[in-house]
Design a protein around this ligand. Structure first.
Ligand code: C2E
Ligand code: MG
Ligand code: MG
Ligand code: MG
Length: 292
């Protein structure tokens, strides 16, 4: 909005402001075009059992395959999509593609693992989410138990009664619900206790702290105990080193995800995870060769 610089003076947009507005309009237009052309695709990042390295699930992460710019990461367009409400349509495409992929893996006779899909606040609050989920699952013949939603703490900021009802509605269909990036937002312990959540994904910032000695470990341990008391599985995000993995194993963290195991990869590559199943061997308690 053009600023009014005092009484009676009409101000114009500065060139910088104009450029920003034009860019934004351009970006929004491009995003709409991308939706019409279905320029989105999913990469998958495995989640594994922290103790055994067994594949437990796969996270779907959206990418915009832009005809000129190449692969655009979600950090560059999800915020605008959320602001403009276009996230609702992009979210539908994501849910549909994830279900299609689960069905494709089933058709290849591969033992299915659940796929998790990220949902942003506007999409979560949208009245149609449940029917979008159910119709996608039905269209592709996929069991709801094979789908998990990742919601961030910012999804839990609005009217807590409504959030609890929305979560219950989704869970009553058989779809699981995870909290993503836990520890970076503003959810209260009371809220966590009240909501019926299945999985707690601890933000990578806390995993990074594991390298920094005692405090980081004690902190993570507290999150793990809290989650377990509340009946949630704990996933550590952003695991990059074997040292971090070993600490997480010792702390009883249930699952890990991160570059140490794999970066997000295209669906074709992710198929190899389903074939291999065990993505790392035991690191801890490994008997040295030749021990009696
Ligand atoms: P997220 O859901 O927390 O996903 C984890 C992000 O961290 C991913 O970035 C992933 O590539 C990255 N990551 C995974 N392991 C490591 C690691 O070991 N080290 C580091 N440094 N990073 C790691 P990506 O794919 O760029 O996605 C960024 C965010 O965009 C996601 O964070 C999620 O909030 C959002 N997003 C992605 N796909 C969707 C979607 O379909 N819908 C919505 N609403 N949001 C999405
Ligand atoms: Mg996520
Ligand atoms: Mg996350
Ligand atoms: Mg994160």
């Amino acid at each position: 909005v053009a600023k009014n610089n005092g009484k009676g003076h009409c101000a114009f947009y500065t060139p910088e402001q104009t450029e920003r507005i034009v860019n934004r309009i351009g970006a929004e237009h491009a995003l709409r075009h991308a939706i019409d052309n279905r320029e989105f695709l999913l990469h998958y990042q495995p989640r594994v059992n922290a103790a055994t390295g067994e594949l437990t699930s796969m996270e779907a992460l959206v990418r915009w395959a832009h005809p000129l710019r190449g692969m655009v990461s979600p950090g560059e367009f999800i915020p605008l999509a959320e602001e403009t409400g276009l996230i609702v349509q992009i979210g539908e495409i994501v849910i549909d593609q994830a279900c299609a992929q689960i069905a494709a893996w089933q058709n290849q006779q591969l033992q299915a693992v659940p796929v998790s899909v990220n949902v942003s606040p506007k999409q979560f609050a949208h009245a149609d989410l449940k029917s979008v989920l159910m119709s996608s699952l039905a269209r592709h013949g996929v069991a709801p138990e094979l789908l998990e939603l990742e919601i961030t703490e910012s999804c839990m900021l609005q009217d807590s009664q409504k959030v609890a009802q929305d979560i219950d509605a989704i869970k009553s269909c058989g779809i699981r619900v995870a909290v993503d990036d836990f520890g970076t937002g503003y959810s209260s312990l009371a809220q966590l206790q009240r909501l019926d959540l299945d999985v707690l994904k601890v933000d990578q910032a806390f995993t990074r702290e594991l390298a920094n000695g005692e405090t980081g470990e004690a902190f993570f341990m507290t999150i793990v105990s809290m989650a377990h008391i509340l009946g949630m599985h704990v996933v550590a995000e952003g695991v990059e080193t074997t040292e971090q993995l070993q600490v997480l194993q010792a702390l009883g963290c249930n699952e890990v995800q991160g570059y140490l195991i794999s970066r997000p990869v295209p669906a074709g590559e992710a198929t190899h995870f389903l074939v291999r199943r065990k993505l790392f061997r035991h690191l801890q308690y490994e008997e040295p060769a030749g021990t009696p």
